[in-house]
Design a protein around this ligand. Structure first.
Ligand code: HEC
Ligand code: HEC
Ligand code: HEC
Ligand code: HEC
Ligand code: HEC
Ligand code: HEC
Ligand code: HEC
Length: 409
């Protein structure tokens, strides 16, 4: 053990020396990443991992926070569909002026408050919410866009009779939806903790190093040794225990919890218990919300309980690819354990015939409305936020519904 540890320290020293020499030679930092020395930034990965970088650019993770521009805002600015009414005489209008985008409140036709769209949160799978900067704080704009409802809606949990522009966004949104933002200070306001942030330091989206840890030494080494086919100074995922693999995803997929250390510092191999306070309420599968609790729900499933050493998020999800809605691909992953002619296959197989391989998901992981987040539209009322349950089980209702939908086709 001791020698292994010394070996690691030695490797670290060598890596440090290589990096140091680079910086001295250039008399400037090798990489200019706001996270500091050790990090290289996503642009530095392209030269050697081009196909991974290109595929990854399509994913929800990569696009989960973006600068607010024409391409990234999914909602319409057309004047037949760019309003949200709070009352007949009170509305917010989404406006485009000289290439910039604004939410402007009008009361009885008079312009009241107007703020720009600066940041988009949400890749556009279901919903997008928008932030604007003022000094060292980001604030949420009053109107959100529902991709499902294809309409502008009131931001979640906002009053329905007045327009608010004053909701400060905590650093937590960035901790799960971005790769970094620097906290420059904190202040108390009406008993609430307000984080002050450096807006120049935002690293949009979830980048390679958010999941793989700092990569500057790896880049420096591989550039110096182009013939080297093996990776150095970057953690090898395969060597992690199953629970470590799961916890790397669970930093953001185990619901809202209070951090003790900045989740930005979480690296593969670290443990959740060193970052978050334990959940004070022990929740059961029945009370866990489907929204964001994939980690706990999966662990409650019979599949996981019967495959604790081998099953992780990566069993079904390829972290570098956009595979959304491809039920056939996901079903193949179920069948890596539940082989079609094996003893653990579906009891419904005789009834379903050959088509069973197309979709195990709608019957065993149905999409269920989140109890936490629903959006209020002007015309259609509440828009359900459907989330795939990671409690893999037998669902009689979902089964009837799926059978009916197949018959109706
Ligand atoms: C100069 C070339 C080069 C650059 C730049 C580079 N890598 Fe690599 N990387 C390699 C080589 C070579 C391997 C080993 C072969 C493979 O797995 O693709 C590798 C492997 C990896 C692995 C797998 C490690 C393992 O053992 O499982 C990860 C993760 C990785 N790189 C991440 C990154 C990240 C993140 C960046 C950008 C910050 C980056 N690489 C930049 C050359 C490079
Ligand atoms: C830094 C936080 C973070 C980490 C770490 C993270 N995720 Fe996510 N994940 C998110 C957020 C935020 C979303 C929602 C993105 C959106 O649509 O805006 C998401 C969405 C997803 C989706 C839905 C994708 C889609 O296209 O529908 C899957 C699947 C997923 N994550 C799996 C994983 C897996 C597997 C891991 C670990 C290998 C992981 N995540 C690690 C934050 C994270
Ligand atoms: C603990 C991590 C975490 C925190 C903190 C967090 N989110 Fe999320 N958020 C997620 C994950 C994971 C998803 C995808 C959830 C799913 O589909 O189950 C998501 C989804 C979303 C979506 C929908 C994205 C889409 O395209 O479907 C929006 C919008 C969003 N979050 C906004 C916010 C805002 C605003 C905050 C801060 C008030 C915030 N989130 C804080 C993890 C987090
Ligand atoms: C959401 C977390 C996440 C993000 C973001 C991410 N990776 Fe990975 N990466 C993983 C996981 C998990 C594995 C292990 C996959 C497996 O078990 O085969 C992996 C494996 C790898 C490997 C080695 C095996 C392979 O699949 O090629 C390379 C190289 C790699 N990643 C590079 C990158 C690069 C470059 C980026 C940025 C474009 C990136 N990763 C972004 C989670 C992530
Ligand atoms: C890593 C292997 C593995 C994968 C992948 C897997 N399962 Fe399982 N599953 C198991 C094990 C182990 C059990 C426990 C019962 C047993 O041993 O037969 C189980 C049990 C089940 C059960 C019975 C649950 C109950 O409550 O009685 C269903 C249904 C099921 N799996 C469906 C699926 C579906 C659908 C997928 C894909 C989304 C899937 N499984 C993926 C290993 C796996
Ligand atoms: C047995 C297979 C399986 C495993 C293991 C698994 N997932 Fe999934 N996951 C799925 C399927 C199937 C979907 C639905 C995909 C779709 O609709 O495109 C999904 C969807 C998701 C989504 C999007 C949910 C939504 O409806 O918006 C997130 C986020 C996610 N998974 C995260 C995770 C995380 C984190 C883990 C590990 C704790 C994990 N998954 C483990 C099969 C799995
Ligand atoms: C039409 C809905 C439906 C589809 C599609 C479906 N299942 Fe099932 N599955 C069920 C129902 C319902 C049961 C419980 C049947 C019973 O107990 O008689 C079940 C039972 C199971 C079981 C438990 C078997 C046992 O020994 O108790 C497994 C494992 C399973 N399914 C896996 C799968 C896999 C893998 C797929 C895709 C290849 C799949 N199912 C597709 C509805 C479905």
């Amino acid at each position: 053990m001791l020698t292994q540890r010394w070996f690691k320290i030695l490797l670290g020293l060598i890596a440090g020396t290589i990096l140091f020499q680079y910086c001295v030679q250039r008399s400037e930092p090798l990489f200019n990443d706001p996270r500091g020395m050790g990090y290289a930034g996503a642009a530095a990965c392209v030269s050697c991992h081009a196909s991974t970088v290109a595929a990854y650019a399509q994913t929800a993770h990569h696009n989960t926070t973006t600068p607010a521009d024409e391409k990234n805002i999914k909602g319409s600015f057309h004047n037949d569909s760019n309003r949200f009414h709070y009352r007949t005489d009170l509305e917010v209008v989404m406006e485009k002026k000289e290439g910039k985008f604004f939410q402007t409140a009008y009361e009885a036709g008079q312009q009241k408050t107007s703020f720009p769209f600066d940041i988009v949160i949400g890749s556009g799978r279901k919903a997008q919410t928008f932030l604007y900067w003022q000094d060292s704080n980001a604030y949420q704009l009053p109107v959100t866009y529902s991709v499902i409802g294809k309409c502008w809606v009131n931001s979640p949990n906002y009053p329905t009779d007045k327009v608010r522009f004053d909701r400060v966004i905590p650093i937590g949104c960035f901790e799960c939806h971005a790769s970094f933002v620097e906290r420059t200070g904190m202040r108390e306001e009406k008993g609430y903790r307000i984080d002050q942030l450096n807006k120049q330091s935002v690293i949009y989206g979830i980048d390679c190093e958010r999941c793989h840890g700092p990569g500057a030494a790896h880049v420096a080494y591989q550039q110096e040794h182009p013939a080297e086919k093996l990776a150095k100074y970057i953690l090898t995922y395969k060597n992690l225990t199953n629970i470590q693999k799961m916890e790397n995803c669970a930093t953001c997929h185990s619901g809202l919890r209070e951090p003790m250390r900045s989740p930005f510092l979480f690296k593969p191999g670290n443990f959740l218990k060193d970052f978050y306070r334990p959940d004070t309420v022990k929740q059961s599968a029945a009370t866990l919300d489907v929204h964001g609790n994939q980690y706990q729900l999966l662990m409650e499933s019979q599949c996981f309980k019967g495959a604790v050493e081998t099953m992780s998020c990566g069993t079904c999800h390829d972290p570098h690819k956009m595979e959304r809605n491809d039920m056939k691909v996901f079903s193949t992953r179920c069948m890596s354990c539940h082989q079609q002619n094996g003893p653990k296959f579906c009891k419904m197989a005789p009834k379903l015939g050959a088509t069973i391989v197309n979709n195990c998901i709608d019957c065993h992981m149905p999409a269920i409305p989140s109890k936490l987040i629903s959006l209020q539209s002007e015309q259609a009322g509440s828009i359900a936020n459907l989330v795939r349950s990671h409690l893999i089980a037998k669902y009689p209702d979902a089964t009837s519904k799926y059978l009916k939908s197949v018959r109706d086709e």
